[in-house]
Design a protein around this ligand. Structure first.
Ligand SMILES: C[S@@+](CC[C@H](N)C(=O)[O-])C[C@H]1O[C@@H](n2cnc3c(N)ncnc32)[C@H](O)[C@@H]1O
Length: 265
């Protein structure tokens, strides 16, 4: 595999599909301002630039209250995701990312060849797994997400690309897979949304094959739904049989961890 070529294709793919081109910290206030000044042409411009913005505009215009972080913490994962599907009130369906190219590079380096089974946990709109499957970088790809809307989007994407990747609705705390089946797990920007995040980590340890790899990325912000200090995540990973290390990437506030499943616990 020519990594540089794959990365150039990935960059082109993201531009074509307008993935991660705007930092949500800029996008959300811009949309809110556009709505406040009821400037339709500004709204139309934002939607033209990023079609996903429409669901955020619809939600803001519906007047449905935005929940505070404390209120969000009272919801179960199912309730949280169902609410997100109804209101479009989360960035879950498009990717907030300045780190897409370095992240894909890290995936390719860690893969070190073509894994048999690539699992994208909390895949959102599934753009990464669709790209990986379409490029035949893994033999089989599966994306799971608790959101029906995310899975529907990811499946539409898969049909469009004929990527052959499977997507299904499932919770990361109860993966619909047998033990020791997966060669590579990607879990990007999901863990702090999961109430029982330690259970999700235990599930990753269960489904990974011995020597299988993990790339875990999450935001560690003071206002995250679940606060997961990186040292706690690494301890939980170790308990799940995954030897892990944190590494740095040029981005804000995100925690990057790579791991490898031990042969035995
Ligand atoms: C911020 S998005 C990240 C999406 C994608 N991984 C990405 O990087 O673009 C978080 C995703 O996690 C999903 N999610 C939240 N709780 C979940 C759970 N318990 N099990 C599986 N997916 C979950 C949400 O539906 C959402 O699609």
């Amino acid at each position: 595999m020519n990594r540089n070529k794959v990365l150039r294709d990935w960059e082109r793919f993201m531009k074509e599909h307008r993935i991660g081109i705007i930092d949500p910290n800029v996008l959300f206030p811009a949309i809110e301002n556009a709505i406040r000044c009821s400037d339709d042409s500004m709204k139309a411009g934002i939607v033209e630039l990023l079609p996903e913005a429409q669901s955020i505009i619809d939600h803001l215009e519906s007047g449905a209250p935005r929940l505070t972080w404390n209120e969000l913490r009272t919801l179960s994962d199912e309730e949280l995701v169902a609410r997100q599907d109804r209101t479009g009130d989360m960035a879950g369906l498009f990717n907030p990312s300045q780190y897409e190219v370095p992240l894909m590079d890290e995936i390719l380096k860690l893969m070190d060849g073509r894994p048999n089974f690539f699992l994208d946990i909390g895949c959102g709109a599934g753009h990464r797994s669709n790209f990986i499957a379409a490029k035949r970088l893994a033999l089989k790809c599966l994306g799971i997400d608790l959101s029906e809307l995310a899975v529907a989007k990811a499946l539409r994407f898969a049909e469009h690309f004929r990527s052959g990747v499977e997507f299904m609705k499932a919770s990361c705390t109860q993966l619909p897979l047998d033990d020791g089946h997966v060669d590579f797990v990607l879990m990007a920007d999901v863990l702090p949304w999961v109430m029982e995040w330690q259970k999700a980590i235990a599930e990753i340890g269960r489904v990974l094959k011995p020597d299988g790899k993990l790339l875990l990325v999450y935001n560690f912000m003071p206002d995250s739904r679940m606060q997961i200090p990186p040292a706690d995540a690494i301890t939980a990973l170790n308990q799940a049989g995954i030897t892990s290390e944190r590494f740095d990437m040029p981005t804000l506030n995100a925690v990057f961890i790579r791991g490898r499943r031990r042969w035995n616990n």
